[in-house]
Design a protein around this ligand. Structure first.
Ligand SMILES: [Zn+2]
Length: 306
C-alpha cells in the first residue's frame, strides 16, 4: 500500500519539496543538495545486458560516470534473434551469468523483466511473474538488492505501475522522453530526459544550468546501438564532456530515488524541518555552507511566506 501511495501522491510531494525549497532560498539562502553538495545529477540507464555493455562501461569508468544496467536474466548467456519492424534482424549476444559482478562492478544492476515481453500484451499475473523472476535471478547471481527497472520496450501505464509497486522496486523507467531536467513526478513511471542520440544536443544546456534547484539529466539507450561508429563517437564525446565534473553527482537510479524518498520523508512544522528517525541523512546548503541533517535532527529555517 505504501508504494501505491508513493505512486499516487509522488507528484504532489515532489512539487511541495520544490516550492518549499524555492521559498527557503529566497528567505534564508537555504536549499537542499545531493549528498556530494551538488544540485545536478547524471544517470545513464542502459537496457538488455548484451556483451556490448563491456565497451560502454569502459567509457563510463574512464569518465567517472555511473550507469544503471537493466538486464533480462532469462537471456543471460544466450544469443537471441530479434526481427525488426523495418525487416532487419538483430542478433544479440547476452552476457554470461557469472560475469555480472565483474562487468557491473562500479554500476547498478537492475531488472528489465526475465524475457523482454511487452507488458501491454500480458495478464497481470504474467507481468508480475516476468518481473519477480528477474529480480530473484539477478539478486541470487549478484547478491545485491535490486531496486530499479526499465520497462521492456518502455511500455507501461498507471495500472502496470501499480502492479510493479508490489515487487519492492522503488523506480521503473519508461521511454517517454521529457527533454527536461526535472525531478521525476512518479518514480514507477519515470520519464527520462532523452534517448542518448539526443543527449549531445542537450549537453550545453545542462552544463550551463546555474541555479539552486535539484535537477537530473537521465539518459537511456542500448549499448548494442553503438556498433554504429557515428553513434559511438557521439556518446564518447558526450561522456568526455559531462564526466569528471565537480558540479555533477554521478549516480544510479536506485541510489538517486533512495535520496528522493529521504527528502520526501522530511516533515516541516513550526518553522522547522524535521528529519524523522529511521530516515536517511539529507544534505543542504545554508548561506553557501554544506551541512547534513541526520535522522532524528531538525533545523530552524525562516518560512514566513509558507
Ligand atoms: Zn530492452
Amino acid at each position: 500500500m505504501k508504494k501505491i501511495k508513493y505512486l499516487t501522491f509522488a507528484f504532489g510531494i515532489v512539487l511541495s519539496v520544490s516550492i518549499l525549497t524555492s521559498f527557503l532560498v529566497k528567505e534564508s539562502g537555504f536549499y537542499f543538495v545531493y549528498p556530494d553538495g551538488n544540485v545536478k545529477a547524471l544517470i545513464m540507464s542502459y537496457d538488455d545486458g548484451t556483451v556490448d555493455d563491456i565497451k560502454l562501461i569502459r567509457l563510463f569508468d574512464e569518465n567517472n560516470i555511473v550507469g544503471t544496467f537493466n538486464l533480462n536474466s532469462g537471456f543471460l548467456g544466450t544469443t537471441q534473434v530479434w526481427p525488426q519492424k523495418n525487416g532487419d534482424t538483430l542478433v544479440y549476444k547476452y552476457l554470461p551469468e557469472d560475469s555480472l559482478t565483474s562487468v557491473y562492478k562500479n554500476h547498478e544492476i537492475a531488472a528489465h523483466s526475465s524475457t523482454h515481453k511487452d507488458f501491454k500484451n500480458l495478464k497481470d499475473e504474467d507481468i508480475l511473474q516476468e518481473v519477480e523472476t528477474d529480480i530473484a535471478a539477478l539478486s541470487k547471481l549478484t547478491k545485491r538488492k535490486i531496486r530499479s527497472m526499465a520497462y521492456p520496450f518502455g511500455n507501461s501505464n498507471q495500472h502496470i505501475a501499480k502492479l510493479i509497486s508490489k515487487t519492492g522496486l522503488t523506480n521503473a523507467r519508461t521511454v517517454g522522453d521529457t527533454y527536461t531536467f526535472n525531478l521525476p513526478d512518479t518514480f514507477l513511471l519515470w520519464r527520462p530526459t532523452c534517448h542518448d542520440s539526443k543527449a549531445l544536443g542537450l549537453l550545453d544546456k545542462y552544463l550551463s544550468l546555474n541555479n539552486n534547484t535539484l535537477s537530473v539529466f537521465l539518459v537511456w539507450g542500448h549499448s548494442w546501438e553503438f556498433k554504429d561508429e557515428k553513434r559511438w563517437k557521439e556518446i564518447s564525446n558526450f561522456c568526455k564532456q559531462i564526466g569528471h565534473r565537480k558540479d555533477i553527482w554521478y549516480v544510479g537510479c536506485g541510489e538517486f530515488i533512495d535520496y528522493q524518498l529521504a527528502l520526501n520523508a522530511l516533515i516541516t512544522k513550526n518553522n522547522s524541518i524535521v528529519n524523522p528517525k529511521g530516515n536517511k541523512e539529507v544534505w543542504f546548503k545554508q548561506d553557501g555552507i554544506l551541512k547534513v541533517l541526520k535522522p532524528g535532527e531538525s533545523i530552524k529555517v525562516k518560512m514566513n511566506q509558507i
